[in-house]
Design a protein around this ligand. Structure first.
Ligand code: FES
Length: 569
């Protein structure tokens, strides 16, 4: 052990007398009934996120207990502490608005409290990105542990899991093929265990990305929340955190340009959530790493979709785990990966993949030679409607809509959308393009409103997909021909603000473009009268609006992105 302060002696409270500060801290720590022997040991912090408003974190108490067991068994003192917890469906206006708050809380509490390493326990969509962002900036040795996915339920002989099936059943209810009594039955059968959404949505994608980056223990991303192995993984994470105190491996050594590229490969092969692009940009941005849209598309075009899970395919996360999980996927992707990246245990990816793999269910994790799709699930778009970029999930869209030109039907904001989308008098046809403005990060915190519902009168006529364009996000569990994350957003004067009903728009996935077919002079004339929405005057929302960046920068706060060397605690 070096002479640097460690354990409870780190970061003493400022009283102007260090010895008094140490004496007082130890005295108060004794009041927790901990022996002097344990108090003298290295400390592993456990960032826990239980909340009665977060169903996905229901198992947090037993996970904290298992991590603590691992820490104690390896000879250190575990200290759990709370941070903000974000339950996706319990937050208004959208959990995305609070991801940066949780990231700040995580970073500051890691640095302000006396710990030598930290285990971060998260799961629901925004929590893992927030914890990784905070850990990257704090740059103290850290391990990510996820709560794990839900297991599936059953309804009239069909297997169900949140939340692709939530959307599928709701769309059938809107179209009139499922009545109120049946949808009430389905409500109780979609989310039947603790854990995160059961498909390859944002939470599952981010769990896999955390492992691909090297920030989680190998093989832990997909273990179901209620499986005994989830607790074994928690105990192992506690032990590994104690090892980290000795090796001093920091997030900035694990999250590198190469590991971020590996994570993008995994995202493509999973056909993962579009939200993960924003989160990964924010995590990488904390360390000054940026992947260009051109490189993103190159990776997408080179990387096949290998995992057959909803919302794109058939299976659920429990199937992915049983099929071999991330280890099996990484072995298939091996020729495309940077093998020199190191994980939190200090092993290179090559060393991990050199170990013998187990049995693989090829119905769920396909061989490289027989992919679900020969190209990745996501593409970055440019064009006159999205000069700074947009995202399209080609794996989850109707291929017949990839090359489309249509008439714009414009909604000026979320209220306008909910007021008029089902109006029987709405002038809309199946080959029109639905456009939603003012739902970007600055205007609205970038809610998951990009999955605009098919207008009821078209849904009842059998229309299942349409081109939809917005500056919003969409749930990782959703699907459709949907252009998202248009940047710059409408509320900061992006071209999206200039679109009017009846304008022609062209989408070309082949050319990776989305264009507004209106003369530039006319666009300039329309934008001459542009006024940004009023700014909130106080509190977190004012901070958010003043400092949030656009989607390509990860919607982080501008003052939290990387400036120079990482902070040293
Ligand atoms: Fe938490 Fe889906 S609601 S992961």
């Amino acid at each position: 052990m070096s002479d640097e302060p460690h354990g409870l002696d780190r970061g003493l409270t400022n009283y102007g007398d260090r010895d008094f500060a140490r004496f007082l801290r130890r005295s108060f720590a004794r009041s927790m009934g901990i022996s002097p022997d344990l108090l003298a040991r290295p400390v592993v912090g456990i960032a826990m996120t239980p909340s009665d408003f977060n169903n996905c974190h229901r198992t947090m108490p037993e996970l904290v207990e298992a991590v603590s067991r691992g820490v104690l068994a390896a000879g250190a003192l575990p200290r759990a502490f709370p941070t903000v917890s974000l339950g996706e469906v319990f937050l208004n206006p959208t959990s995305m608005m609070y991801r940066n708050l949780m990231a700040m809380d995580t970073e500051e509490m890691i640095l302000a409290q006396p710990m030598d390493a930290v285990v971060l326990i998260g799961g629901c969509d925004k929590t893992v990105p927030a914890q990784l962002m905070g850990a990257a900036s704090a740059d103290l040795p850290a391990i990510q542990l996820v709560t794990g996915p839900m297991s599936t339920g059953r309804h009239r002989g069909e297997r169900l899991g949140a939340c692709t099936d939530c959307r599928g059943y709701w769309a059938r209810h809107r179209a009139g093929s499922i009545d109120a009594a049946e949808i009430a039955e389905v409500e109780g059968r979609l989310s039947v265990t603790a854990g995160t959404c059961a498909v390859m949505g944002t939470a599952s994608t981010m769990a896999c990305i955390a492992e691909a980056l090297g920030m989680s223990l190998p093989g832990t991303a997909a273990i179901p929340a209620v499986h005994a192995d989830r607790l074994v993984a928690a105990e192992a994470s506690g032990r590994a955190a104690v090892q980290l105190i000795a090796t001093k491996i920091r997030p900035s050594q694990v999250i590198t340009e190469n590991s971020v590229e590996n994570a993008i490969r995994v995202l493509m092969a999973l056909s993962g959530s579009t939200n993960a692009i924003v989160h990964l940009a924010a995590i990488a941005g904390r360390l000054g790493i940026r992947i260009s849209p051109e490189r993103f598309n190159q990776i997408s075009d080179e990387t096949p979709v290998l995992v057959d899970l909803k919302p794109v395919g058939q299976g659920y996360m429990e199937d992915f785990h049983a099929a071999g999980g991330m280890g099996a996927l990484l072995r298939e992707l091996r020729p495309l990966l940077h093998l020199d990246t190191r994980d939190i245990e200090g092993r290179t990816l090559a060393e991990r993949l050199d170990e013998p793999g187990g049995w693989v269910d090829r119905a769920v994790i396909r061989p490289f030679s027989d992919p679900v799709s020969p190209v990745g699930g996501l593409v970055a778009l440019s064009g006159s409607l999205a000069p700074d970029g947009a995202i399209f999930k080609r794996a989850a869209a109707t291929p017949e809509l990839f090359e489309s030109e249509g008439r714009a039907v414009v909604f000026t904001g979320l209220e306008d959308l909910s007021r008029r989308i089902d109006d029987p008098d709405l002038d809309v046809e199946a080959d029109d393009i639905l456009v939603l403005q003012n739902a970007g990060p600055h205007a609205a915190g970038m809610p998951e409103a990009g999955y605009l519902p098919i207008p009821k009168k078209l849904a009842r006529a059998g229309v299942k997909d349409m081109v939809r364009i917005s500056d919003a996000r969409m749930s990782g569990t959703a699907f459709g021909a949907i252009v998202l994350h248009v940047a710059p957003e409408a509320a900061v004067g992006g071209q999206l603000a200039a679109v009017r009903d009846g304008d022609r728009i062209r989408l070309s996935i082949r050319d990776k473009r989305v264009d507004l077919l209106v003369a530039p002079e006319e666009v300039a004339r329309r934008m001459a009268g542009f006024t940004p929405p009023p700014m909130p005057e106080r509190g977190y929302k004012a901070l958010y609006r003043r400092t949030v960046t656009q989607a390509p920068e990860g919607c982080d706060f501008d003052f939290l992105t990387h400036r120079g060397a990482p902070r040293t605690p």
